[in-house]
Design a protein around this ligand. Structure first.
Ligand code: PEP
Ligand code: MG
Length: 564
């Protein structure tokens, strides 16, 4: 038996066959010419391949979830786009280009044109790249890219998942995710928590498991076994028969009635509507940069205001925290991140872009103000990536000038933790971004699978950082004579056991992927404030993330009942 060990990101125990994510299709060699076939035959092959790709995408749409269906149907239209196929055939006829190279070049130039047009057109670029890879795969007899299709439920193994793959992931078919790369705060982990899907990341070697091999996945322990034992089978059956997590009723409370407001992290109007339909109590983090990704230039104030308004409208009268642009590092925006950097995570990102490209932040605040004027949502605004008290003061002054009344910053750097009291002398609230706070505390890139064990918010050093922030806020509240709020909006809030620890440490509110709220709410409801404080105190004393997590889980029997 082979056992692979990784970092579990959403607990579960399942047994099933593995299907590997196909390898990405590589670009056919530049200068590849026709060989052994006429231009006419090659042109016909392009046409046939594009039709087969279209049919395949439509067949996949039948298996996909609601959102995935729409994505696949629109991509399928692109596969047989007349202009695209015509320009590929022209390259074959006029330059004797091999068909796979011709479709690659034609699609690339199409995608570049779309990207240059910006807006909705630019959003099609991913579709075109997908279609390009699929037609090349057809022409060269390779397995189609994307999530494999199967009638049977399976465990998906991959190096990591691209955001584009996730739209087509059907949780009825994919019963667990195992990846060799990625970290517990990176994209795949966020997705798995949102879908409530057992998942293990950074499990080296899982991409070597042969398709069809039946494995046991225990994503609480972070292990994948290739020969499930009887005990594994029993554990999987127990998990399959777990008590279902109840839908969230719209009010987070502890067992003693203490209110803990549970908010959603969203990126645009659509995700806000979804969060509202799941009864999130508001938005604890609007990642505004998500609305800008794919834009080559800064959207106008009107365009921005429209996007923000669509989020506000999903939560009339409710609490919404808008975060200003967090561009840079893994979310670069061409108009803000202008200089190449060797260490982008330590570079010009978040609030710092206001120093290198002044004006964008002010205009964004004007857009937020404009959107807020036509809304009755309770709008708070915060800046990401703050490291000094004077940055917090400067940001608060910008908000005052524009007339936005509630001021906050994120705590994502150890420097902000150390200065939490002083920072909260300048602003009304802080929101702890545990994803970045973990990477900067542990000096471990949050995207790096090899460092996933360090990049874990259960690390006692990170828990102590959170405690220090809360203590700073308590002192600042006394000085100011009014409550200064501390929220957590990083992935840590989406882990039900860690959520208990956070509340026990004195955090006021939590914000997470809306899909994670029901499980967090159910577990919080099982403990009193006093019990949460005890659990947190014990976790703080541990010497490793594994022991901290284990100590908290042991005190929370409901996790086992709910299979979490
Ligand atoms: C964080 O760092 O925890 C956070 C919420 O911000 P982001 O994940 O967008 O960097
Ligand atoms: Mg962050």
């Amino acid at each position: 038996m082979t056992t692979y060990k990784g970092v579990g990101v959403y607990a579960g125990r399942v047994i099933g066959p593995v299907l590997q994510m196909p390898k990405p299709i590589e670009e056919p060699k530049d200068g590849l010419r026709l060989s052994g076939e006429t231009a006419e035959a090659a042109a016909q092959r392009i046409k046939d391949a594009s039709v087969r790709v279209k049919e395949d995408l439509l067949a996949r749409a039948e298996h996909a979830s609601r959102d995935g269906k729409a994505v696949l149907k629109s991509t399928s239209q692109m596969a047989t786009d007349r202009a695209l196929i015509k320009s590929a055939i022209k390259l074959v006829e006029t330059q004797e280009m091999a068909p796979e190279r011709a479709i690659w070049e034609a699609a690339t130039s199409f995608a570049d044109q779309m990207a240059a047009l910006g807006g909705y057109m630019a959003e099609r670029v991913t579709d075109i790249h997908d279609v390009r890879a699929r037609i090349v795969a057809e022409l060269t007899d390779q397995q189609a890219p994307g999530i494999p299709v199967s009638d049977e439920p399976f465990i998906l193994a991959a190096i990591d998942l691209a955001p584009a793959d996730t739209a087509t992931l059907d949780p009825e078919k994919v019963i667990a995710l195992i990846t060799s790369d990625g970290g517990p705060q990176a994209h795949t982990a966020i997705l798995a928590r949102g879908l409530g899907l057992p998942a293990i990341v950074a499990a080296k070697g899982v991409t070597e498991i042969a398709d069809g091999t039946v494995v046991y996945v225990d994503s609480n322990e972070g292990i994948v076994d290739t020969e499930p034992t009887d005990a594994d089978r029993e554990a999987a059956i127990k998990y399959a028969n777990r008590k279902p997590v109840a839908d969230f009723d719209g009010q987070g409370v502890l067992a003693d009635g203490t209110r803990v407001e549970l908010y959603a992290n969203v990126g645009d109007g659509k995700s806000a509507e979804k969060a509202a339909s799941l009864k999130a109590e508001g938005v604890g983090l609007l990642r505004t940069e998500f609305g800008f990704l794919g834009h080559d230039s800064e959207p106008s104030i009107e365009t921005q205001a429209k996007t923000y308004k669509s989020v506000f409208d999903a939560f009339p009268g409710k609490h919404i925290v808008v975060r200003t642009l967090d561009a840079g590092a893994d979310k670069p925006l061409p108009f803000l991140n202008v200089n190449p950097e060797e260490n982008p995570a330590l570079g010009v990102r978040g609030f710092r872009t206001d120093w290198t490209v002044p004006g964008v932040l002010t205009r964004q605040l004007e857009a937020i103000k404009a959107a807020s004027e036509n809304s009755d949502a309770d709008i708070w605004v915060m800046a990401p990536m703050i490291s000094t008290t004077s940055e917090a003061r400067n940001f608060a002054n910008m908000l005052k000038e524009i007339g936005l009344p509630v001021h906050g910053v994120m705590v994502e750097t150890p420097a902000a933790v150390m200065n939490a009291e002083a920072i909260l002398g300048e602003v009304d609230f802080v929101s702890i971004g545990t994803n970045d706070l973990t990477q900067y505390t542990m000096a471990a890139d949050r995207l790096l699978g090899d460092l996933a064990h360090l990049n874990n918010p259960w690390q006692p050093a990170v828990l102590k950082m959170i405690k220090m922030t809360v203590e700073g806020a308590q002192r600042a509240s006394v000085t100011a004579g009014k409550k200064k709020y501390v929220s957590v909006c990083g992935e840590a809030a989406a882990d039900p056991a860690l959520a208990v620890v956070l509340i026990g440490l004195g955090v006021d509110t939590l914000s997470m992927n809306a899909g994670a709220i029901p499980a967090v709410a159910a577990v919080l409801k099982s403990v009193t404030k006093e019990k949460a404080q005890q659990i947190a105190a014990i976790a703080l004393q541990q010497i490793s993330s594994a022991e901290a997590k284990e100590s908290a889980r042991k005190a929370l029997p409901i996790l086992d009942e709910l299979g979490l």
